[in-house]
Design a protein around this ligand. Structure first.
Ligand SMILES: Cc1ncc(COP(=O)(O)O)c(C=O)c1O
Length: 393
C-alpha cells in the first residue's frame, strides 16, 4: 500500500513538477524554503483564541510576525492569515458584512465572476441576493457608467470587485465612493491578482476605496494554498473578532509559517516579479494573437494581469483545445485562461513566451502530434526547474 501511495505522489511530482508547462492562472510554485516551512513542526500543533491550549509561544510569534509583514506589504491597517482558503476568506467577509436578504453586487460567473460567490455558492448559502455588475464583454471589465446607475438604483448592501477572469483593473476608484455613500460595504476579492497587487502592479484596492481586500494566497501570490484578509482598522477589527470560532478553529500554523516567509519574499522581490508577469502575459498574448488564436481585448493591449484569455466563444470548444494541449503536457483550463504566474516564477521571460506561443500553435492550430511537442516541452522545462524571486537561488 505504502509503495502505491508514494508512487502516485512521485508520478505526479515528475509529471506536473518537471515535465509539464503549467499555465493555469490559479496555480503557482512555492520556493523550496516556503515548502520546507509547510512541513514544519507547526503542522502538528493546535491553538485557540480562548487560550485553551498551552505551548503556543512560537505559534503566537509567527502569527504576529506574519500579520505585521502583511500589513506592511499591502499597506493595510489590519491583516489576518487564518482563513484556510480564498473561499473561506470570501465567506468570512460576506457573512459578517451583510445579512440574510441583503443584496450583493459582484461579477456574474457568466462574465468571469467567481461561481463560489454566486447563487449556488456563498450568496445562496448566506441568503444574499446576487445582482450582477453591468459588464462590457468587449473590454472584459465592469461597465463603470452603467454600474453607477445600477448602484444608485439597487443600493446594494455589499459590493465585491474582483473575479476569476480578470485581465484589467476594476473601476474601484470610480465606484467605491458612490457605493459607500449608498450604504454599501465595499470589498475586493483579490484571489487572482493578490501577487500583482503586492508587487505594486494592477491596482491598489485599499487606496481606491475598498474597505477590505481578501482572497487566496497561492495564485499570482506565490504562497501556500490558503487565504488572507486585509482591511482598514474598523472592518479589520470586526472581521478578526468574528473568525474564531465560527469560520476557522485551528488555523494550520505550518501554512501560516510558510505564508509568512512568502510574504517576506514578496516584500523583497514582489516588484520585479509582478512586472515580469505582466510583461510575459502581454508578450504571450501578442504572439498567440499573431498566430491566429482568438485572444481577447487586442484594442486594450490584451491584458494587464497574469491572465491571457483565449475566447473560443463556447466551453466545449475550449475544452477540446485544452485536452489537445494536455496531451502535449501543456496544462491550461477550459475557458481558456492562460496564466503566466508559474512560468514567471520559474524564471521565464519574454523570449520563452514566444516559444510557448509557438508550442501552443503547433499543438492547437497545426494539429501536430503530441509526442514530439511533449519532448520539446520537457526539454524547455529542464532549464526552468529553479524558483526565482526568493532568497535562495
Ligand atoms: C475570484 C476567486 N475568489 C475565490 C476563489 C476561491 O479560492 P480558493 O481556491 O483559495 O478557495 C477563487 C478560485 O479560483 C476565485 O477565482
Amino acid at each position: 500500500m505504502i509503495d502505491e501511495i508514494l508512487s502516485i505522489v512521485k508520478n505526479h511530482e515528475k509529471w506536473r513538477g518537471k515535465q509539464c508547462l503549467n499555465l493555469i492562472p490559479s496555480e503557482n510554485v512555492m520556493s523550496p524554503a516556503v515548502r520546507r516551512l509547510l512541513s514544519s513542526e507547526f503542522g502538528n500543533r493546535y491553538t485557540a483564541r480562548d487560550r485553551f491550549y498551552m505551548g503556543t509561544r512560537f505559534t503566537d510569534e509567527i502569527e504576529q510576525c506574519g500579520e505585521k509583514l502583511a500589513r506592511k506589504l499591502f499597506k493595510a491597517e489590519s491583516a489576518d492569515l487564518r482563513p484556510l482558503s480564498g473561499h473561506i476568506a470570501d465567506l468570512i467577509v460576506l457573512a459578517n458584512c451583510a445579512k440574510r436578504g441583503d443584496t450583493l453586487m459582484c461579477l456574474s460567473p457568466e462574465d468571469g465572476g467567481y461561481p463560489g460567490m454566486w447563487k449556488e455558492g456563498l450568496a445562496g448559502l448566506l441568503g444574499l441576493k446576487p445582482v450582477a455588475f453591468p459588464f462590457s464583454k468587449k473590454d472584459r471589465n465592469i461597465a463603470a457608467q452603467k454600474a453607477e446607475e445600477a448602484i444608485r438604483r439597487v443600493k446594494p448592501r455589499i459590493v465585491v470587485f474582483g473575479g476569476s477572469l480578470i485581465t484589467f483593473p476594476h473601476p474601484v476608484k470610480e465606484l467605491a465612493k458612490l457605493a459607500r455613500d449608498h450604504g454599501a460595504f465595499v470589498g475586493f476579492d483579490g484571489s487572482h491578482v493578490m501577487g500583482l497587487i503586492a508587487g505594486g502592479q494592477f491596482q491598489d484596492p485599499l487606496r481606491e476605496g475598498a474597505y477590505a481586500l481578501f482572497g487566496s494566497t497561492h495564485k499570482s501570490f506565490f504562497g501556500p494554498q490558503g487565504g488572507i484578509i486585509l482591511a482598514d482598522k474598523e472592518h479589520g477589527e470586526l472581521l478578526q473578532s468574528k473568525i474564531y470560532p465560527a469560520f476557522v478553529d485551528n488555523a494550520h500554523w505550518n501554512r501560516i509559517a510558510a505564508l509568512t516567509l512568502a510574504l517576506a519574499e514578496m516584500k523583497s522581490f514582489g516588484k520585479p516579479y509582478a512586472k515580469q508577469i505582466v510583461r510575459n502575459s502581454q508578450a504571450l498574448a501578442k504572439a498567440l494573437h499573431d498566430y491566429g488564436f482568438p485572444v481577447e481585448c487586442e484594442h486594450l493591449g490584451f491584458t494587464k494581469s497574469h491572465q491571457v484569455i483565449v475566447d473560443y466563444g463556447d466551453y466545449e470548444k475550449g475544452r477540446n483545445v485544452a485536452e489537445k494541449l494536455q496531451q502535449a503536457n501543456i496544462i491550461t483550463d477550459c475557458v481558456i485562461r492562460i496564466g503566466t504566474c508559474e512560468v514567471t516564477r520559474r524564471g521565464m521571460k519574454e523570449r520563452e513566451m514566444l516559444r510557448i506561443a509557438e508550442l501552443l500553435k503547433r499543438t492547437a492550430i497545426d494539429g501536430e502530434q503530441p509526442n514530439g511537442i511533449r519532448k520539446e516541452v520537457a526539454k524547455l522545462m529542464v532549464d526552468f526547474q529553479k524558483t526565482e524571486y526568493c532568497f535562495e537561488s
